[in-house]
Design a protein around this ligand. Sequence first.
Ligand SMILES: Cc1ncc(COP(=O)(O)O)c(C=O)c1O
Length: 932
Amino acid sequence: MTTASTWAARALMARREAVVGRHSPMFYDEPLHVTSGQGVWLRGTDGIDYLDAYNNVPHVGHCNPAVVRAIADQAALLNVHTRYLHEPVVEYAEALLATFDPRLDKVLFTNSGSESNELALRIARQHTGNTGIVVTDFSYHGNTTSLAELTTGLRVKERLGSHVRALRTPDLDADERPVEDVLDEALDQVAAALASLKAAGHGVSAFLFDPLFSTEGLLRTPPGYVEAVATMIRAAGGLVIADEVQSGLGRSGSQFWGHELYDIAPDLVTLGKPLGNGHPVGGVVTTTELLEEFGTDNLYFNTFAGNPVSAAAGLAVLREMADRELQRNAWDVGARARELLEKLVEHRPHVKAVRGQGLFFGLELVDDNGQPGTAQAKWVVENMRRRGVLISRIGPHDNVLKIRPPMIFEREHVDLLVERLTASLDDLETTEAHEQAASPASATRNGRKGRVNSPLRTGLFIDGKWRSNSNKFDVLNPADGSLAARVSAGGESDVDDAVQAARRALAGEWAEVPGARRAALLNRLADMVERDADTLARLEALDIGKPVGQPAAFDVPNAIATFRHFAGWADKIQGTTVPTAGYQGRPTHSYTVREPIGVIGAIIPWNTPLMIAAWKLGPALAAGNTVVVKPAEDAPLSILHLAGLIEEAGFPPGVVNVVPGFGDVAGAALVRHPGVDKISFTGSPEVGREIQKAAADTFKRVTLELGGKSPQIVLEDADVEAAVQGIAMGLFFNQGEVCAAGTRILVHRSRYERVVSLLADVAKAQVVGDPFDPDTTMGALISREHLDRVLSYIERGKAEGARLVAGGGRPSTKGYFVEPTIFADVRNDSAIAREEIFGPVGAVMPFDDVDEAVRIANETEYGLAATIWTRDVSLAHTVARRLRVGTVWVNGWAAIDPALPWGGMKASGIGRELGWSGILASTEEKVVTVVL
Ligand SMILES: Cc1ncc(COP(=O)(O)O)c(C=O)c1O
């Protein structure tokens, strides 16, 4: 989906809401904007053709040419009031009635299914003189009850009207008792309904049911049930109404009308828009006997629906059904679908049953506890849309996937549907699909409290497929220590599978993908990250504990920009031609080419996982490498979501694999694996050192970014107020869990006390707390262990004699929060000035001149970044030249950009990422010399 189409859909949605109202329901979280249809396909404004496996009304296919022609021809000829005499309506009525039992020999045309039901009920009430109505529980999505009651809908919390009784339809698939017991109980319920109507002063006028029980989730009633209810209702003086809005027109494959599945003769049959293939025409079919009772006083029995154009549409539909043998098609294609679906659902914990017949299926989903899987069904419907297939959901719990394609569906469409559904259900098993709204209990249990309104992916993504492991690890919400998710832990064999997949992809299709196509894929991925920006920001906040506004404003936009930047490089990775001296007296032609390094293992830290994953994936993919990503065990969620987007964007299987797990298992396996050509790691120097050693065995290339102890130098002439704001950001952004955090604050003695006091004020003004509260400026540290580490540094700072001017404690005992902390008068050889704390702890120290500032700044094993605060341009450049760091910022902090090389000197790492340097680090240079 491109961004432009999303905008178009949103703009149309806004206009729709303005005129239709906010509450008018739509399918899908992001509305699908469709503009045309053909056969079984619907085209969206995103340019995607969606397979319509839901088909609300066009039974004979979208824009069926025969129907279109009939409507156009008739509209060009005549469209008049129904009470003139003209042929089309009569011709249509004759054709329609010919499909019914001869007893049902009259039809009243209406505009819709609802109107048909209402008219049928009115007829029944007048005929019987009774007011009571018995309906099946959830027919017409539960609206039959509302219609009978004349309430506005399901959610109106009125008691059922005293004249309406709803029957819970027995379902043999959901009841393990003997059939007779199920039937007896159901019929007792009917008797009780009739008795209670009577007690309330209502005789019964009608029993209204949908023969396929289609909106109830396609139930399997005990043989004889419908017949027995009809008999009882009739014995009590009522009529039988079959609502065929969904089940008619050969849908079941075996019968043309659904009620023919039973040994009953309904008194009235109600029909809806499928009659006209979506054109608004419905009908009530009934008997002469019944209709003759009504005199000419009932003028409005026949609305203006039966006009010639509607009649032409309906007639064309009936002819198409007959000419193309669509009922037979429903039988044949339906049988194939049923067979495949039954195979598909074997051994799937979330699928309880396949229901339905002909071309109308339901897949009943359950959650982990065997309860109705409402959230799971919603997830699959959304996921299928992303796969280009439209299905829906039904049933009182909305947990039955509704598959009801147009009657022209062919085998190839079934195969496509089943293939996509298989992939989607595979995905579901590796995705925690509890949605907050649907399951508040589980939401609280897993600590999300409605903050990430999207299913979490929890599996491993290998070779384009999702898998799960029995070995799982807990991902905790740092803000309260609760469980956010349980994620499969990749083991050595998973890493091996991922590497093998990456190697195969490297040698296969991916090798032939030209740069321009890699660019298109990266841009598409950027579009998807943009589309899911809110979800990704929330995942980062949930997983890491950072205030949600920070990833929304920084991490996610940076990831998008990074993918776009490297999309730009993908088709511009060039070599050179090199003049040379020749060979054995003959001239030579020499040139260089840049080739992908091969399989890159990308090991991601937990502080800004999405962004760093983009930093590693962007250049690697632009240059044609394949990648195995190992997210940090503390924060894998956003990368797992990203893996889903990579899949959706259409990267070939194996190009990107994601194996969450522990560093000493999955990380180590990746580093040791002979099939990996390069490791790109961001993390601590200790682990970086181990990686470099292990990589030596197999001569892997390495890029290591290992953190820092970056100085912020406030020179004598600096704008102190601006400097303090920047310094505070460098200390407290992301809770100080930033490799480039500016934690050593070197201040000219003339400005020293002022800076110390302002910094203390800013630290005290930080709002520490709930990452999802918009007022929060600093969230929680990643884990209990890390909190203890940061607190121990604070204790060491105190013990070392530094002056604590702000913070130093914990604001609350719940969650891993620490106060923003500032130490003044810190010695540069103390632990809090030397070691990377990775928390919101600043060490302020004075200097007397520029030379001393530079000396202190460089007196560290690290060399990642530094900031200089000054108004003196010349001094800025001079100091910048003297600092041994990968990046110098002047009058700002973390002004990073995907175009700028990123990396450190000394213990801060080896190599550079981003920009052209990122491409260089992702390619091998080859020389070709031709002796001419
Ligand atoms: C079983 C059933 N009856 C009646 C209706 C109402 O039809 P309409 O939308 O044409 O009013 C529907 C619509 O979905 C339905 O499914």
